[in-house]
Design a protein around this ligand. Structure first.
Ligand code: GTP
Ligand code: MG
Length: 299
């Protein structure tokens, strides 16, 4: 357990020689470690946190209910509360929903929010529409910082690197060549693909071929997310399932296998109230919150 020692204060590190195994640290109650090894409960929790971090990583930390990781807040209080602090780093997050529900609005807001402290990073925004909503980004650059106690500034737009991509080949080039190069010089913390469905929606593509392409893109996204500590948000559309009369996210299992956190946005078309729903996330219970979109963003 030497690899743990260097990350712990002397008093706890000293006790490690008595500990049976890493497994014991991870599965014991903090109070048991406290009693057995005469360290305080806070020290026991710290030991568990570091052990989880070193050995297993974020997902198990979630399972153990250890919350220390940085999240990307949206600046919309309801969504941030629901997601226990915002979007997670180092994994693929998906936001899906019907046309006009507010997926792009959320992503634009995130592109501004990521520039706020403590993250203070830049955004890489892959747009699959012909035109990027630059005017809306400008509006949000002026308004969203107030949710973080700061004043807006149009220069925030400069830290949103917008790229257009209409197909797999172009997206592949962006993710394998352009983004890695940019990451050498700019501290990107958010990658948005708006939308992943548009890249793969071509109907004449063969299923197996599409699965391979999705695989290719997702592996690279995961690789970059982990090595550069990125939040990855991919927008997806909904597809009707004619057999069950229900609808769900597009792109099937080839895509779903890579999505760690899946969120749905719905809209009540009678009054404009929207709902942000946790469909699947290892660290969150399925739940939803309401929000609205105004000129100043998501609230
Ligand atoms: P698709 O890309 O077509 O799938 O839709 P989307 O889910 O990305 O929708 P988008 O995020 O573009 O949301 C568009 C909606 O946001 C508009 O129809 C408006 O309801 C709302 N919206 C955008 N800007 C404003 C604004 O300045 N004020 C208000 N009140 N609503 C806005
Ligand atoms: Mg959109």
């Amino acid at each position: 357990m030497d690899f743990l020692k260097e990350k712990l204060p002397e008093k706890i590190a000293h006790k490690l020689s008595e500990v049976e195994s890493i497994k014991e640290i991870l599965i014991s109650e903090a109070i048991s470690l406290h009693k057995k090894y005469t360290i305080s409960i806070q020290e026991s929790e710290h030991l568990q946190k570091i052990a989880a971090e070193v050995v297993i990583g974020d997902r198990i930390k979630d399972a153990l209910g250890i919350e220390d990781c940085l999240r990307l807040r949206t600046g919309c209080a309801q969504i941030d509360d629901l997601t226990r602090g915002g979007f997670r780093f180092k994994m693929i997050n998906e936001v899906y929903g019907e046309a006009g529900v507010g997926k792009t609005q959320l992503c634009l807001q995130l592109a501004v929010a990521v520039q706020m402290p403590p993250i203070s990073g830049a955004a890489f925004y892959v747009c699959t529409d012909k035109s990027f909503p630059a005017n809306r980004l400008l509006e949000l650059s002026l308004s969203v910082p107030s949710a973080f106690g700061l004043s807006g500034d149009e220069s925030l737009m400069d830290k949103v690197f917008v790229e257009h991509s209409m197909d797999f080949i172009a997206l592949r080039r962006l993710l394998f060549v352009k983004l890695p190069k940019l990451l050498e010089n700019v501290r990107i913390s958010l990658v948005v693909i708006d939308s992943i469905a548009a890249i793969f929606r071509s109907e004449d593509i063969k299923y197996l071929e599409r699965s391979k392409e999705i695989d290719d893109i997702c592996r690279q996204l995961n690789h970059l997310a982990r090595t550069h500590n990125l939040v990855v948000v991919c927008v997806n559309q909904v597809t009707d399932d004619p057999n069950s009369d229900t609808s769900g996210p597009s792109l099937g299992n080839a895509w779903a296998n890579y999505v760690v956190c899946r969120f749905l946005i719905e809209r009540d078309w009678t009054n404009g109230i929207r709902r942000f729903r946790v469909v699947n996330a290892p660290y969150l219970k399925p739940d939803a919150c309401r929000f609205i979109i105004t000129q100043s963003g998501l609230h």
